[in-house]
Ligand binder design. Structure first.
Ligand SMILES: O=C(O)[C@H](O)COP(=O)(O)O
Length: 270
C-alpha cells in the first residue's frame, strides 16, 4: 500500500519497517481439563500431565533460544504454574511477572464444574458449541446457589479486582475481550514498543480473544479456533501491531494438530 500524503507515507513506512514478536502459551492441562469439566474462573491445579506439558513448553523456548524481558499471566494458578515451569526450564526466572484477572480464562458461568459431554446431553451439541466458541453468546449466568459461586467470588486471588459490583456471573468471548484487550493495549503493547520481549501465559479463551483482536477475525472465523494446552505460539507484528503471517507454534505440526483436535472434540463421547 502506498500514499503521496507525507503523513500517511510516514505511518506506512513505520508500519512496514518495525517488527515485534510476542510469545503466548495456554496453560498445561488442568485437573478439570483432565476431568473434562468447564473451568473458567475456578482456580484448578495443573494435572501431572499439565506440569509435564508446561516443562516441555519451557524446553521448546529454551531450544529456540527465546529470551523474555517481562511476563504476563492471569491470577489463576494453572496459568501461573505453567509460566513458572516455562521460565525455570528456559533459565529466565529473574524477569518481572505481572499477574492480572484481566488475562483470566473466560468465566463459564453456570456451566462451571459441569462435564462437557454431559452438558451436550443436557443442552445439545449445537448449543454447547455456541457457548464454547461463539463471539457474543455467553453461557447461562452463575447463580448464587451454584456450588462454586462462593468459592470463586470469595477467592482471595480476586482481592485486587474485579470490583464486586462488576464481578462477572458469566462471559461471552466478547465480554472477555472487553476486559483483556484494554490491558493488552495499555500495558503489553507499550513494552513491545520499548523493544521488550514479552510472554503471556494464559487460557484457551482469553488467548482466543487476543488472537481474534490481533488478526481482526470475524465472529465466524473465531468460532473455528481452538488452542492446545501447553504449546507456545508466536506472532511477528508490524509497526501497527498487525500480524506478519499467522501464529507459529513451537512444536511439530502433527503434535499441534492432534492437540488442537483434542480440544475441539472434548464435547464428544469417547
Ligand atoms: O475453562 C475451561 O473450561 C477450559 O480451560 C476451556 O474450555 P473450552 O475449551 O471448552 O472453552
Amino acid at each position: 500500500m502506498t500514499s503521496n500524503c507525507p503523513v500517511i507515507k510516514k505511518c506506512l513506512d513505520k508500519a512496514n519497517s518495525a517488527e515485534y514478536c510476542i510469545t503466548m502459551c495456554r496453560h498445561g492441562e488442568s485437573e478439570w481439563n483432565q476431568k473434562n469439566l468447564f473451568c473458567g474462573w475456578y482456580n484448578a491445579n495443573l494435572s501431572k500431565k499439565g506440569h509435564e506439558e508446561a516443562k516441555r513448553a519451557g524446553k521448546a523456548i529454551k531450544d529456540e533460544g527465546i529470551k523474555f524481558d517481562i511476563a504476563y499471566t492471569s491470577v489463576l494458578k494453572r496459568a501461573q504454574d505453567t509460566l513458572n515451569h516455562i521460565l525455570e526450564v528456559s533459565g529466565q526466572t529473574k524477569i518481572p511477572i505481572v499477574s492480572t484477572w484481566r488475562l483470566n480464562e473466560r468465566h463459564y458461568g453456570g456451566l462451571t464444574g459441569q462435564n462437557k459431554v454431559e452438558a451436550v446431553e443436557t443442552f445439545g451439541e449445537e448449543q454447547v458449541a455456541i457457548w464454547r466458541r461463539s463471539y457474543d453468546v455467553p453461557p447461562p449466568e452463575m447463580e448464587p446457589e451454584h456450588p462454586f459461586y462462593d468459592d470463586i467470588l470469595n477467592d482471595p486471588i480476586y482481592k485486587d479486582g474485579p470490583p464486586r459490583e462488576k464481578f462477572p456471573k458469566t462471559e461471552s468471548l466478547k465480554l472477555c475481550i472487553e476486559r483483556s484487550m484494554p490491558f493488552f493495549y495499555s500495558t503489553v503493547i507499550p513494552q513491545l514498543k520499548k523493544g521488550k520481549n514479552v510472554i503471556i501465559a494464559a487460557h484457551g479463551n482469553s488467548l482466543r480473544g487476543i488472537v481474534k483482536s490481533l488478526e481482526r477475525m470475524t465472529p465466524e472465523q473465531i468460532m473455528g479456533l481452538n488452542l492446545p494446552t501447553g504449546i507456545p505460539f508466536q506472532y511477528r507484528l508490524d509497526g501497527l501491531f498487525r500480524p506478519i503471517g499467522t501464529m507459529r507454534f513451537l512444536g511439530d505440526e502433527e503434535t499441534v494438530t492432534k492437540a488442537i483436535e483434542e480440544v475441539a472434540n472434548q464435547t464428544k463421547k469417547k
